[in-house]
Each structure stands twice: as C-alpha cells, then as structure tokens.
Ligand binder design. Structure first.
Ligand code: URA
Length: 302
C-alpha cells in the first residue's frame, strides 16, 4: 500500500530539486526499485511546493545515458517513490498551453491575490504583473513597483518609466512591442529595495512569464534584477557590457525550440535619473542589445 511522503522529507526533496534546477539540472533518473522497498506517494497539492522538473525515467541506470553531467543527475532517494512523483511536481499549468496570452493569464491566476511574502501586508494596493507583447523578442525586467505602478497596476509608468519609454523609443521601437515586468510584483514600502527572500518568493512567477514569452533578449534593469535573474552577486561594473546565456531558473518552456535567451544588464532608469552622466553607458548597453536583435536605431540617435 503506498503511503504519503512525510512532510519533512517532502520539504527536503523539494529543496533538493529546486537546488538542482537552479544549477540547470532538470532530468532525474531513479535507481531501479529494490525488492521490498517502501512505497510512497505524493499528491497534486504537494506540487505547489516544488519548482518544475521533468519526467523521471524509471529504467535508467546511473550512467544517465547521453545526458551531460550538468543537465542530468541521479538522485539517491531515501525511499523508493511512486512512478509519477516528478511528473506530478513538474508541470506548471501553462506548460500545456501554446497561446502565450492564455498561458500568461494562467500564471496570473496561479498568482492569485498573493500572500506568499510579507509585501502583501505592507501597503501594496495591487499586484503589478507585467505588461506588453506576449510574444516580445525583447523583455525589460526592473526591480519592483513604485507608488505610480502600485496605483495603476502597470510596471514603469512613473518618472523612471518615462525614461524607460524614451530608451525604448531611442532603440527605434515602441513600448507596446516589448514586455516589461519586475522581480517583485508588489510595491515594497517606501520604495525600499526588495529583500532577498521577497525576490526569491516572487521571481519564480517571472521565470514562468519569461518561459512563456520566450524572448530573444532580456535586459535586466539594475543590480537587483541582474543579481536575481543571474543568481550571482557582482557590481554593476562587472555585470554590464556582455551577454549572458540565460534560462529561466526552475522552469522549462513548452517550446522545445526555445533553449533560453541572451541576457544583458544595464543601469536602472531611476539610477539614470539620479546620475544622467551614465546615460551614455546605458545607451552602449542598448546598442549591444540592438545589434543582437538586428535592430537599427533611428537616425537621430546615431
Ligand atoms: N522601478 C522598477 O524597478 N519597476 C517599476 O515598475 C517602476 C520603477
């Protein structure tokens, strides 16, 4: 008779899978079940606690066949588990949907009236999900909503947003052509920097948005966005000026042809408002992005 996983064990398993996912490991193979091993099961509700991963193959040996060691891992489970445990915990609802508008709607519904972190009780008026073209080739990711964004429910609509609009225009495109979102979807009180914990709790939803939109380039605006997306800590000087290969952590696109995208880091528009001398540097970053996307700036900028 299968029994339900002990909650502690389930939590540990979820944490372990999340850890592997963050390192880019999605495929897990299980040692063949030995005679007399205990059986356990996991319910659909338990999926919530675990980030995505892919199907388990039950008949593999530890060698992992052709998988590269970075992408596949054999995990020694403390007890033998039901056949479909990883399938149950793997799939996000939107991954079975090909229409990105519908898929984004499903992520929004999953987010609900979110109370997952403390920001929900620190004066937010509404959740600021993200806005723009659901098939955008270019995505901008900021830090978190400010007062204007909180009031209007849309990212980058205040002063920093005006500057971002100008930056987008300077690239020869319109705001409506790109997708804009933030690391956290609720306004931190007094526009403080979001805490690590808040970023970690909220960013999986952004990762899912990115996996649905499948952009060619993501531009991280400022250090919080850059560090959260890249899961690394470095100064803006170290982070800017190059592309990173980026795959949304813990999630896979439902499109097998989309294997991640490029990520560039530039200054946050709010920083550029405080120090306009850095605008030239930001323009260099955007030119690098334009080149990658095969875009030409309108004449007045060149
Ligand atoms: N700053 C951000 O990081 N995001 C917004 O949406 C607005 C200001």
């Amino acid at each position: 008779m299968p029994r339900t996983l002990d909650p502690e064990l389930r939590r540990a398993l979820a944490a372990r899978i999340r850890y592997y996912n963050e390192m880019g490991i999605f495929d897990f193979y299980r040692r063949p079940r030995s005679a007399g091993a205990e059986e356990v099961s996991i319910s659909v509700d338990e999926a919530e606690a675990v980030v995505s991963t892919s199907t388990v193959s039950t008949n593999q040996t530890e060698s992992g066949e052709e998988m590269s060691p970075r992408k596949a891992a054999t995990v020694a489970m403390p007890v033998a588990i039901e056949e479909d445990i990883f399938e149950v915990i793997a799939l996000k609802p939107e991954q079975s949907v090909s229409d990105p508008v519908k898929a984004l709607k499903m992520i929004r519904e999953d987010l609900g009236d979110c109370t997952r972190c403390v920001l929900h009780k620190q004066g937010r008026k509404q959740i600021v999900f993200g806005v723009g073209n659901p098939k955008a080739e270019l995505m901008f990711v900021g830090e978190g909503p400010g007062a204007d964004e909180d009031a209007q429910g849309e990212p980058f609509v205040g002063r920093a947003g005006q500057l971002l609009n100008n930056m987008i225009k300077a690239m020869g495109i319109e705001r409506e052509q790109v997708y804009i979102a933030n690391i956290v979807k609720c306004r931190p009180p007094g526009n403080r920097t979001p805490e690590r914990e808040e970023c970690a709790t909220c960013s999986p939803f952004l990762m899912r948005q990115i996996a649905v939109i499948k952009p060619k380039v993501v531009v991280a605006l400022g250090a919080v966005a850059a560090k959260t997306l890249l899961a690394m800590s470095a100064s803006m000087m170290q982070l800017r000026g190059r592309f990173y290969d980026f795959r949304p952590a813990g999630i896979r696109s439902n499109d097998p042809n989309w294997d991640g995208c490029k990520l560039a880091v530039t200054y946050h528009p709010a920083f550029l408002l405080r120090d306009p001398r850095q605008k030239g540097e930001a323009w260099k970053d955007l030119q690098m992005v334009m080149k990658e996307l095969g875009m030409k700036a309108p004449r007045s900028n060149t």
